[in-house]
Design a binder for this molecule. Structure first.
Ligand SMILES: Nc1ncnc2c1ncn2[C@@H]1O[C@H](COP(=O)(O)OP(=O)(O)O)[C@@H](O)[C@H]1O
Ligand SMILES: [Mg+2]
Length: 254
C-alpha cells in the first residue's frame, strides 16, 4: 500500500520544494514508484521536474481538487525514473475559495489520492507556505508529514505553531497522521546561531530529527532552472549525496 507524505511548513523559502522534488526523484531512482503532487499555486515543483510550460495546464492539482474523480487525467510522466507529477499553476490559488462551502472541503485531495494510492509506493505532496485549506487537504490525505526547516531564530516558534495545526488535523480528520521527521535544510555549521538552534531542536525533538542534515549547496539552487532533480543535474554534489541519505532514512521510518 502506498504511503502519502506531505512536506509542510508555513514559512516560505525553507526548502519544502527542494526536498520534495529531490526526495521524490531519489525514491524513484531507488526503484519505488513515485508520484509528486505539486500542491502550491506557485508551481515550483512542476518546473523543477522540467514542466516549464504550465500556464495552459487544463489538468492539474487544481482540476483534481475541483473534481476528485478526474485525478488520473491530471497525472503526467516525467522523464525521470519512476517519477510521475501532478502539476500545478496559479489556478490553484482559486481552489480554496471555490471549495470553501463544500462539506468535504478538507478531504477533496484525499478523495482523489485514495483512488490511485495503491498504484504507487510513495506519493509526496509539496505544499504552499501557509496553513490554509490546501495544506489541510494535504495533511488530511497523508500518512505522514515531513517538516523541512532552517536553523533560524524563529524556527522553533514556527515549529510549535505547525505542531498545533498538525495535532488539530489529526484529532478532527486523520488520526493516523504521523510526524515522519524534521529535516534541517540550508545548514551552515559555522554559524553560532545554527548550532544553538540545532541544540534546542535536539533537546525537544531528538527522535524526530533526521540524522541527515542538508547543508547549503549552490548546486541544489541551480538544478531547478534546468528542470532537473539534483541527482540528474550533478550527482556528485554534496546536495545530491545528502538527499540520497535522507531518502534512505525515510524508507526506514515509513
Ligand atoms: N540546501 C540548499 N542550499 C542552497 N540553496 C537551497 C537549498 N535548499 C533550497 N535552496 C534554495 O532556497 C530557495 C528556497 O527553497 P525552496 O525549496 O523553494 O523553499 P520552499 O519550497 O520552502 O519555499 C530556493 O531558491 C532553493 O533553490
Ligand atoms: Mg515551495
Amino acid at each position: 500500500m502506498g504511503k502519502i507524505i506531505t512536506f509542510a511548513n508555513q514559512k516560505g523559502g525553507v526548502g519544502k520544494t527542494t526536498s520534495a522534488v529531490n526526495i521524490a526523484a531519489e525514491a524513484g531512482l531507488a526503484g519505488k514508484k513515485v508520484l509528486l503532487v505539486d500542491n502550491d499555486p506557485q508551481g515550483n515543483a512542476t518546473s523543477a521536474v522540467g514542466l516549464f510550460n504550465k500556464k495552459n495546464l487544463t489538468h492539474s492539482t487544481y482540476s483534481t481538487i475541483i473534481a476528485p474523480d478526474t485525478v488520473r487525467s491530471s497525472i503526467q510522466k516525467t522523464k525521470f525514473d519512476n517519477l510521475d507529477i501532478m502539476p500545478s499553476n496559479i489556478n490553484l490559488a482559486g481552489a480554496e475559495i471555490e471549495i470553501i462551502e463544500f462539506n468535504d472541503r478538507h478531504k477533496r485531495l484525499k478523495s482523489a489520492l485514495d483512488q490511485i494510492k495503491d498504484e504507487y509506493d510513495y506519493i509526496f505532496i509539496d505544499c504552499p507556505p501557509t496553513l490554509g485549506l490546501l495544506t489541510v487537504n494535504a495533511l488530511v490525505a497523508s500518512d505522514g508529514i515531513i517538516i523541512p526547516m532552517q536553523c533560524e531564530y524563529f524556527a522553533l516558534e514556527g515549529l510549535a505553531q505547525l505542531s498545533v495545526s498538525v495535532k488539530k488535523v489529526k484529532q478532527m480528520y486523520n488520526p493516523k497522521l504521523e510526524l515522519v521527521g524534521i529535516l534541517i535544510t540550508m545548514y551552515n555549521g559555522r554559524l553560532n546561531l545554527s548550532l544553538q538552534v540545532m541544540a534546542e531542536l535536539k533537546k525537544y525533538y531528538s527522535d524526530k530529527l533526521f540524522k541527515t542534515v542538508i547543508a547549503r549547496n549552490v548546486r541544489l539552487s541551480e538544478a531547478p532552472s534546468y528542470g532537473k532533480p539534483i541527482k540528474y543535474f550533478d550527482k556528485h554534489s554534496k546536495g545530491s549525496q545528502a538527499y540520497a541519505e535522507v531518502t534512505q532514512e525515510i524508507f526506514e521510518r515509513i
